[in-house]
Write a protein that binds this ligand. Structure first.
Ligand code: G3H
Length: 489
């Protein structure tokens, strides 16, 4: 049982003596199903929110604080110290990833290792950025000494599906650029931050990184309402992002770095390699039970291959094994959100009442906090599943006759992150790519959608993102170019 009774503020792990919130795993540790109590976290409110805000604002001190003015080489030393200490927490963090969010052992290890690698790559890119941006230039008789500087206080809120890796893809670049950060871990995947608090405390100056606990409305709202947040860095849903922005009294001063929803489609053309398409669509729709913003959330299959695709895809889904995340054969695991199975069931009921069928034998079977992935066909625009980002184990399939049909749907969609295109004839694919890149930000040829490699731009159009993540872009998003000018006299 992990009793997290401290929080990180102003370089100190401060004791919390107030109310605690229990943290449960939806994985049962007994034969008879019941959620497992994993630990407790502080239930904080406005007082602590304003305390961490004060710590971060003082650390920034209008750009004059120790952290924003620290030399690049020294900031790098702090980050290196942090990552060295972080590496010693691997076993504990991986275990908590499995218990808190039900991520498989292999994927939990990958999440940890990818984060460590992300930090090292960020350090390298930060060095390069510093070399490239701190330079002299001259135009129209004006000499300029250009450099990059921090922007201010960052409020960082990450998602439950990558509570370490994706959160750190905001937090690490924000921090290394000299911005003090207030970090509130996600509701699920919160205890796994505990082993890192000591490393944060030991590695960075007072107030550069502050970790607070509690619910958004109690702690994030007062921080936003203060008007002292310069960057809102959030990966999650648009509703929370909009609500938080709206609380800021001066929106012109607020920068946004947001990773939001997506409804990435796969388009399976008549000449697609079906073995490959089926395999990629299985991973694309159902890895981590479909709880990825990059997951394939709707499949468009050309009518000439739909019968074969649907039959073989449905059979493959039924071969997937459900169980506990540490069992090597398992790829489907308990869902961390206890409301999720009922929501997925609602989507199934809605679609089946409007003419769709569950085409795989096991689709919709309930176990503990899990519902076996249901493959639904045919889907139409009257159904909730067509519009809502399901973020869970359910796969909608539509057929098309003319490629213009999925393209029109994508153009009308509120989202625009990625697409997967399966086909072999380059003469068909090449012109399609030109259309697709203006509808989304990444076109995956004969492969499922994904965020990595972390050096490539990760973003989206419309309601899918604001700003771009990737090591290269995030360092720029969390900083501003400044220069000293002098005239040739
Ligand atoms: O939730 C969205 C994640 O960014 C997905 O990342 O493609 O690496 O699984 P991934």
């Amino acid at each position: 049982l992990l009793n997290q009774d401290t929080y990180l503020v102003n370089g100190e792990l401060k004791k919390w003596t107030g109310e605690m919130t229990p943290v449960y795993s939806t994985i049962s540790s007994s034969e008879k199903y019941e959620p497992t109590l994993l630990g407790n976290i502080p239930f904080m409110g406005e007082t602590e929110a304003l305390e961490v805000l004060e710590a971060a604002s003082s650390a920034y001190n209008n750009g004059q604080g120790l952290w924003p003015t620290m030399k690049v080489a020294d900031r790098i030393k702090c980050m290196e110290k942090f990552v060295t200490q972080m590496k010693t927490t691997r076993t504990e963090v991986v275990k908590l990833l499995m218990w808190e969010i039900g991520k498989t052992l292999g994927d939990s290890e990958k999440e940890f290792d990818r984060t460590v690698e992300y930090i090292y790559d960020t350090i390298e890119h930060y060095k390069q950025l510093d070399r490239n941006s701190a330079h002299f230039t001259k135009s129209q008789g004006v000499n300029a000494m250009i450099r990059r500087g921090p922007l201010g206080v960052v409020l960082c809120l990450g998602p439950y599906n990558y509570p370490l890796n994706e959160t750190f893809s905001l937090l690490i670049p924000a921090l290394i650029m000299g911005n003090p950060v207030i970090f509130k871990p996600a509701k699920h995947g919160v205890l796994l931050i505990s082993p890192l608090l000591e490393a944060f405390k030991n590695s960075f100056p007072k107030g550069a990184i502050n970790v607070i606990y509690g619910r958004g409305r109690e702690v994030a709202s007062p921080i936003m309402k203060s008007g002292k947040v310069d960057i809102l860095a959030l990966i999650g849903n648009s509703k929370s992002a909009i609500a938080l922005q709206d609380q800021h009294p001066n929106k012109n001063r607020l920068r946004l770095v947001l990773g939001l929803e997506a409804k990435n489609p796969a388009i399976i053309l008549p000449d697609a390699d079906l073995d490959l398409a089926i395999q990629e669509c299985i991973t694309g729709t159902l890895s981590f039970n479909g709880q990825r913003c990059t997951a394939l959330k709707v499949l468009y299959v050309h009518e000439t291959v739909a019968e074969e695709f649907n039959m073989r895809f449905a059979a493959k889904v039924d071969e997937l094994v459900y169980g506990n995340p540490w069992d090597k054969s398992v790829s489907l695991t308990p869902l961390p959100e206890k409301e999720k199975p009922a929501y997925i069931q609602e989507l199934i009921d809605d679609a089946t009442s409007k003419g769709a069928k569950v085409i795989n034998a096991k689709g919709g079977e309930h176990f503990d906090n899990f519902i076996f992935p249901a493959v639904l066909f045919p889907i139409n625009k009257e159904m909730r599943l067509y519009h809502e980002e399901q973020f869970g184990p359910i796969v909608p399939i539509l057929t098309f006759k003319d490629i213009q049909e999925p393209l029109n749907d994508m153009a009308e969609s509120n989202y625009g992150q990625q697409v997967s295109l399966f086909g072999q004839d380059i003469k068909t694919i090449a012109p399609l790519i030109d259309t697709l890149v203006n509808l989304v930000c990444r076109v995956n040829l004969n492969s499922s959608c994904q965020r990595g490699p972390d050096l490539y731009p990760f973003t989206g159009r419309k309601d899918s993102a604001v700003g771009t993540l990737s090591i290269f872009d995030a360092l720029r998003s969390f900083s501003i170019r400044t220069f000293v000018a002098s005239k040739d006299n």
